[in-house]
Design a protein around this ligand. Structure first.
Ligand code: ZN
Length: 226
């Protein structure tokens, strides 16, 4: 199996630099377990980051730069305090999907299987299982779409990151299979349809609500937060 839709380089770079919030770090770490090419890219970026740190010359800092850095740290204090979150998820060298087919980084959040997960129905063909509770700004969940069924046409107020764990889906942008990542935003209106042969299970991270599209969807938006 080859992953054809890999995350954008900036996302891998932020992961390598440890800059991603926990939900996105979990999504990238899980993708890395399924994609040797992205693993290679992240190791290269990490090596590059290390080399840059080593070659940075301390003398090039002007005398007042320490003061400026300290002043900036003071400004950022409230953020630094709220950032006392658990360590960001990382893909470990020994991580595999294992017999349960749940990749290692995700298994640490889920226990051992997708079936034991607490699924909540969103409609006749779609169910969700929330992960990671209330992280500021992010909603992290598993979505299960019945084989052949569609997620209603929608657009996004922010960014939506989707990693396929089981089955596959197609939308206006392509066909996504296990390990593939789709990144969409307010520029994209789409209607993901699960492949016919099996249910599609995805890890989905959003940083703002989805907006249902079409006349009926616009009406529904007044009543539901999808
Ligand atoms: Zn979407």
């Amino acid at each position: 199996m080859t992953v054809t839709h890999r995350p954008p380089r900036e996302l891998l770079l932020d992961y390598a630099a440890g800059n991603l919030a926990e939900p996105l770090a979990l999504l990238v770490a899980t993708h890395l377990t399924l994609c040797p090419e992205s693993r290679r890219e992240v190791s290269e970026l990490e090596a590059l980051g290390g080399a840059l740190l080593e070659t940075a010359e301390p003398e090039s800092l002007s005398p007042d730069s320490l003061d400026r850095v300290l002043a900036r740290l003071d400004e950022q204090k409230p953020e630094a305090e709220t950032a006392a979150a658990p360590p960001a998820p990382r893909a470990e060298p020994g991580d595999t999907a294992g017999p349960s087919r749940v990749p290692g980084p995700l298994r640490r959040y889920l226990g051992d299987g997708l079936d034991g997960t607490d699924w909540r129905r969103l409609g006749p063909s779609i169910a969700e299982a929330k992960l990671l509770g209330d992280r500021p700004a992010f909603k992290t969940r598993l979505l299960r779409i019945r084989a052949g069924a569609a997620v209603p046409l929608h657009t996004h107020e922010g960014s939506e990151y989707t990693l396929v764990l089981e089955g596959g889906f197609s939308d206006e942008l392509g066909h996504y299979l296990r390990g593939d990542v789709s990144v969409t935003d307010s520029e994209v209106t789409h209607r993901p349809v699960a492949d016919d042969d099996e249910d599609c299970i995805c890890l989905v991270v959003t940083d703002a609500p989805l907006r249902l599209a079409g006349p009926f969807g616009r009406l529904l938006n007044r009543f539901v937060r999808f």
